[in-house]
Ligand binder design. Structure first.
Ligand code: FES
Ligand SMILES: [Fe+2]
Length: 460
């Protein structure tokens, strides 16, 4: 039903806004967190076939995945010269290698003789060069052709023509990105506001504490979209938080939500059916009890956010050997989630410090790989420890089996529990996918950018 009081996209949940909450925090938020950037991008349905059609999936591979920057691994996967990391995306495979102390390069993972894949499974390895298991051609660590057995038969082969095929490769905040497009624009163009915003939250000073991989029974876009909005919190998580989350769109490639922790706005729940949402508001003491900090009685007028943020500064600070005294309440507490097109999420907060990645697997339109990297701030001057091996969960395993995920394990089970039903429903529906104008605006921005890639390819 059209709302006569608002232009499309202008309506918001009742109650406190994130901007007002951040403005009243005891330790104020830095400029990136007070920035607001939303604009209405349309309200037409998305065709369901975008999630189910093999032809559309193939178009994504040939026109988007082969032309955009994507996070392949972390620098800590390649600490020594000779370390390499194999990154697979759909049918494509790339080797990222540290060829010198301060130089990382990437190559197509394919022999320049007759095409054989050079390195097997995705993941980290080490060697002083590369060789092909078929006829034994070999290359130096920097990709230059080294040896061709039976050289007499290949007078037409030389270093210039048959070195490993280079792939564009750049680093940002400890994440190594590759781009399969030989004419790729610089990574910074795709990063939009991220370098500016994350100057406040340097992710290269965090280490991977836990890396979890799971195959999900859904198209990669549907899976990541389950993490782009908090609108599902009421039903999927049976939680009243997130009604007043803030959604920002900073450019074609970057969007964000900020979802308050340790704040409760009962007015924001007035639109949600059911008596339970109309229960008396939680007290500040009850809100503090929801945080993983040593509990203490709050003094008169003290808020759970202020007390909780300070307890986190003290307790996480002494546990990790990190000085959090300059970190705002919002950074310490909130779920702050940036999305970088096409498939990466970065959380700069301290309580919720992580990165996600969603990728198609091979050429299957109906499944994807979801990865969670729990990141942990490093003590000043500390070296990155070796990254942990990924923990791989099978499709029917529960995230709660991973003890280090703590309370998040059950949340991930809830988040991913709908996906198979959604993928099945998308195949049988007669209509498209409908999006909320505000809470699901990041999903719309994502699809518009995807369309940009697909249409650019159509013109060529
Ligand atoms: S295919 Fe690699 S050496 Fe022949
Ligand atoms: Fe969720």
């Amino acid at each position: 039903m059209a709302d006569p009081d608002h232009k499309p996209g202008d309506a918001r949940a009742h109650g406190e806004t994130i901007a007002r909450i951040l403005a009243s925090d005891a330790q104020p938020a830095p400029a990136p967190l007070t920035a607001e950037a939303y604009r209405f991008l349309g309200d037409t349905d998305l065709p369901a076939s975008r999630y189910t059609c093999q032809a559309f999936f193939q178009q994504e591979l040939s026109s988007m995945w082969s032309r955009c920057w994507q996070w392949a691994c972390r620098e800590e996967h390649l600490p020594e010269v000779g370390d390499h990391y194999v990154y697979d995306i759909g049918p494509y495979s790339v080797i990222v290698a540290r060829i010198a102390r301060d130089e990382i390069k990437a190559f197509i993972n394919s022999c320049t003789h007759r095409g054989t894949r050079l390195l097997g499974e995705e993941g980290a390895g080490h060697g002083q060069g590369f060789s092909c298991p078929f006829h034994g051609w070999s290359w130096h660590l920097d990709g230059a052709l080294k040896e061709v057995p039976g050289r007499w038969d290949f007078p037409h082969v030389c270093e210039a023509s048959h070195s490993l095929q280079p792939v564009a490769c750049e680093s940002w905040q400890g994440f190594i990105f590759i781009n399969l497009d030989p004419d790729a624009s610089p990574l910074r163009e795709q990063l939009d506001v991220l370098p500016n915003h994350f100057a406040h939250f340097p992710l290269d000073q965090r280490r991977i504490r836990l890396h979890v991989q799971k195959v999900l029974p859904a198209n990669w876009k549907a899976a990541q979209e389950a993490f782009m909005e908090a609108y599902h919190n009421f039903t999927t998580h049976d939680s009243p938080t997130g009604a007043n989350a803030q959604y920002d769109i900073f450019g074609p490639h970057v969007s964000r939500f900020i979802h308050n922790i340790a704040h409760y706005s009962p007015e924001s729940l007035s639109d949600y059916p059911g008596e339970k949402w109309r229960a008396p508001p939680l007290t500040e003491q009850e809100l503090l009890a929801g945080l993983p900090v040593t509990q203490r009685p709050l003094t008169e007028g003290e808020t759970a956010r202020a007390a909780g943020a300070q307890l986190l500064r003290d307790e996480m600070g002494s546990q990790l050997g990190v000085d959090f005294s300059a970190a705002s309440d919002s950074e310490m507490l909130d779920s702050i989630e940036y999305h970088l097109f096409p498939n990466a999420f970065f959380f700069p907060g301290m309580l919720i410090s992580m990165a996600y990645r969603f990728r198609p697997l091979g050429d299957d339109v109906d499944s994807c790989l979801f990865e969670i990297l729990m990141l942990e701030p490093l003590a000043e001057g500390a070296k990155h420890p070796d990254p942990p091996e990924p923990v791989l969960l099978s499709a029917d395993q529960s995230y709660t089996e991973i003890k280090e995920l703590a309370w998040l394990g059950a949340v991930y089970d809830q988040d991913t529990g709908n996906l198979q039903l959604q993928q099945q429903g998308l195949k049988t529906t007669r209509k498209g996918v409908t999006l909320g104008n505000y809470q699901e605006a990041r999903i719309r921005r994502f699809h518009l950018t995807l369309d940009d890639y697909l249409s650019r390819a159509d013109c060529e």
